[in-house]
Design a protein around this ligand. Structure first.
Ligand SMILES: Nc1ncnc2c1ncn2[C@@H]1O[C@H](COP(=O)(O)OP(=O)(O)OP(=O)(O)O)[C@@H](O)[C@H]1O
Ligand SMILES: [Mg+2]
Length: 255
């Protein structure tokens, strides 16, 4: 294990504090805040345009904020270059090289990350096994199914074994079986201590997270462990509620 800065011990791996960002007339982030511990899978759930991608881009240090702060392992992702090798990002529009094979894409991203050859080989083999993409190593990316493509994108983001992983709608457009596999894969990494933020428009995916935050108009409307959120909603008089009912009810109240 590489030595980690002691200042990061005991504090949340990911901090979003009072994030504010306006694009023209749109207040994309309006005081959004949450923290994520190591070994925790935090879900950002919310409708189209809620601010999920903007929040993830802020955490990755890709946009300037009008207010608030983002911290990754105690560091400022927009200013501290040391964040780069400790953070994995899978953007919503993830571009692999479509005319390269699965193996060639992995090699390319391994080189970008300047992984030494032996470490690259070991990690790529492990990821190919975990994602069950090994039999397709010579298949071109543009001939993969949607789910396989996402798994390859996730593998590319995981090549550096980041301590923090930000995933923007990785399961969007993926069939239910591949979705389940992607979540199982994520849980393996989280069990190993990784801190993960995952955004999803699928409200039923809330139950797969340790904690979820419901985002709407750049703010959190609700936050907590999914079981507790549902139990509270049920106590408030909703018999056997679903996450969809809970979230739509919350959004309706906020309107
Ligand atoms: N670069 C930009 N320029 C102008 N407006 C933007 C920009 N980025 C985001 N917005 C606006 O900010 C709001 C939040 O967008 P964002 O992409 O963060 O939402 P989202 O929750 O990721 O939605 P989706 O589920 O559709 O991906 C939207 O109204 C969007 O149109
Ligand atoms: Mg988005």
């Amino acid at each position: 294990m590489q030595e980690r800065s002691s200042s990061a011990a005991g504090q949340p791996a990911i901090v979003a504090r009072d994030l504010r960002r306006r694009f023209g007339a749109v207040q994309a982030l309006d005081g959004l805040g949450f923290t994520v511990a190591r070994g925790e899978l935090y879900g950002l759930v919310g409708p189209d345009g809620a601010g999920k991608t903007t929040a993830i881009r802020a955490l990755a240090g890709l946009i300037d904020l009008d207010g608030g702060e983002a911290r990754i392992l105690g560091l400022d992702p927009a200013r501290d270059g040391a964040v780069r090798e400790r953070l994995g990002l899978m953007p919503q529009q993830y571009s692999l090289y479509r005319d390269l094979t699965v193996g060639e894409n992995l090699r390319f991203f391994g080189r970008l990350a300047t992984l030494p050859a032996a470490r690259y080989r070991e990690r790529a083999a492990r990821l190919l096994a975990l994602t069950r993409l090994a039999p397709f190593v010579d298949r071109r990316a543009d001939q993969l199914s949607g789910g396989m493509y996402k798994k390859l994108a996730l593998s590319c983001a995981l090549l550096t074994e980041p301590e923090v992983l930000l995933l923007d709608e990785p399961t969007n457009g993926v069939d239910p079986v591949s979705r389940r596999e992607l979540w199982a894969l994520l849980h393996e990494f989280v069990d190993g201590g990784m801190a993960v933020v995952i955004s999803t428009p699928y409200m039923d995916e809330a139950e797969r997270c340790h904690r979820v935050g419901l985002v709407h108009h750049g703010r959190l409307l609700l936050e907590g462990p999914p079981g507790r959120l549902l139990a509270d909603f049920e106590r408030a008089g909703h018999a056997r509620p679903t996450f969809e009912e809970l979230f739509i009810d919350s959004i309706g109240r906020a309107a």
